[in-house]
Design a binder for this molecule. Structure first.
Ligand code: ADP
Ligand code: MG
Length: 332
C-alpha cells in the first residue's frame, strides 16, 4: 500500500530524512515513533504529497507521489485522511458543518452530505453534539469530530500525527479503540505517529523507530518491545532495575504462545530448583497480553534452567548488571 524506498529529504542544508525504506501493508495499523524533530511529520507529509522529496521513491497504491501533477495530487489526497494533534476544526462552524466541509469542497450533493455526516457522527459516538461548536467540546470530542471529517471522503488511508498527544490517557485509549474499530470495520490503512508507547502497543502491528532521520529499526511491535531493541531503550530510557550481584538474572518472556502455561512452576518442580523473582511486567498489546519476568537463579542452576526453557521454546535473555536492559544472550 505504502512502499518507501531509499527516500531522502532536506530543507536547505538540513537533512531531515535519509535513506528511509519501509513498507506499510494494506489494512494494517502502522506506527512511527522517534524523538521530536526526527522527521516523522515530514515523512507523513511526503506520503500524502504535501511535501516533496529529493530522492528515492514513495509509492502509494502503486503510484509515485512525486510524479503527480497538482490536479492528480488533489484527487490523490482525497483518498488520504489526515488528523493532527491540534484538531484544526473551524470554530465558526458547528460539528455538522465541520464534517460536511470536505464534501462541500468536492461538491457532493446535499442529500449525500447529510446522510454521511449523520453516519459518521454515529460512528464516532457524537450524534448528540451535531450542532455544538468546537469550543463547546472536550479535547476527546474534538478529536472525534476531526476523525469524522477525515473519513468523510472515504479515504483508503488515514494518517494520524500525534493525534492523541493532547488527550488524557483514558480519552486517548478510547480514541485509539475508535481507530481500531475504523481499521477493522472499514479496512482503512492507518499510520500513527505518536510518542505514547502504550498507544503503539495497543493498536499497531508493525512499527518503525526513526533516529536522526534514519530508520533505526522496523518490525513487529511485540518483537521490538519484548527484545527491548536498543533504539527503543534509547527512546524510553533504561528501566532502572537493581539486579542482584549474586547469582544470574534472566528475563523469561511471557509471549502469547506460552502465557497460559504454568512453565515456571513446572520448571521448579521438574528441576527441583529455587529462584527469586526480581521483577516483571505485563503489557497489553493489540489483542493479547505479553510481558516478562526476571528471575534470579543460582549460578549452578543456570544451564539446566535455560536448557529446560529452550526445550519448551520459551524465549529468555540473560541480564547483564552493567547494562540492565541489553540482552546478552537470546534463545528463541
Ligand atoms: P517530527 O515530526 O519528528 O518532530 P518534523 O518532521 O516536524 O519532525 O521536522 C523534522 C525537522 O525538519 C525539524 O528539524 C524541523 O525543524 C525541520 N522542518 C520541518 N518542516 C520544515 C520546513 N517546512 N522548513 C524547514 N524546516 C522544516
Ligand atoms: Mg511532528
Amino acid at each position: 500500500m505504502i512502499q518507501v524506498t531509499n527516500l531522502y529529504k532536506s530543507f536547505g542544508e538540513l537533512k531531515v530524512l535519509e535513506d528511509i525504506s519501509l513498507h506499510i501493508k494494506k489494512g494494517e495499523i502502522y506506527g512511527l515513533i522517534g524523538r521530536s524533530g526526527v522527521g516523522k511529520s515530514t515523512l507523513l507529509r511526503c506520503i500524502n504529497g504535501l511535501e516533496s522529496y529529493d530522492a528515492g521513491s514513495m509509492l502509494v497504491d502503486g503510484r509515485e507521489v512525486k510524479a503527480m501533477n497538482q490536479k492528480e495530487l488533489l484527487a490523490f489526497r482525497k483518498n488520504i485522511g489526515f488528523i493532527f494533534q491540534q484538531f484544526s476544526l473551524l470554530n465558526r462552524m458547528d460539528v455538522y458543518n465541520n464534517v460536511a466541509f470536505p464534501m462541500r469542497s468536492w461538491k457532493y450533493d446535499k442529500k449525500t452530505i447529510d446522510r454521511k455526516v449523520k453516519e459518521l457522527l454515529e460512528l464516532v459516538g457524537l450524534s448528540d453534539k451535531i450542532h455544538a461548536r468546537p469550543s463547546e467540546l472536550s479535547g476527546g470530542q474534538k478529536q472525534r469530530v476531526a476523525i469524522a471529517r477525515a473519513l468523510s471522503l472515504d479515504p483508503a488511508i488515514l494518517l494520524c500525527d500525534e493525534a492523541t498527544s493532547s488527550l488524557d490517557p483514558k480519552t486517548a485509549y478510547s480514541f485509539t479503540d475508535l481507530l481500531d474499530k475504523i481499521n477493522k470495520e472499514m479496512g482503512i490503512t492507518i499510520v500513527v505517529v505518536t510518542h505514547q508507547m502504550a498507544i503503539l502497543r495497543r493498536i499497531c502491528q508493525n512499527i518503525t523507530i526513526l533516529q536522526e532521520g534514519k530508520v533505526a529499526v522496523t518490525g513487529s511491535v511485540e518483537d521490538i518491545f519484548l527484545k527491548q531493541h536498543p533504539a527503543l531503550v534509547e527512546l524510553i530510557g533504561q528501566q532502572n532495575i537493581d539486579l542482584s550481584q549474586d547469582g544470574i538474572t534472566i528475563k523469561v518472556v511471557i509471549s502469547k504462545e506460552n502465557s497460559q502455561t504454568p512453565v515456571l512452576t513446572q520448571m521448579v518442580r521438574d528441576l527441583n530448583i529455587d529462584f527469586v523473582i526480581s521483577g516483571g511486567a505485563m503489557e497489553k498489546f493489540r489483542d493479547h497480553t505479553m510481558g516478562s519476568i526476571l528471575i534470579n537463579l543460582r549460578e549452578q542452576d543456570l544451564v539446566k534452567a535455560t536448557q529446560y526453557l529452550d526445550a519448551k521454546h520459551i524465549p529468555w535473555y540473560r541480564m547483564s548488571p552493567q547494562e540492565p536492559q541489553t540482552a546478552e544472550v537470546s534463545v528463541c
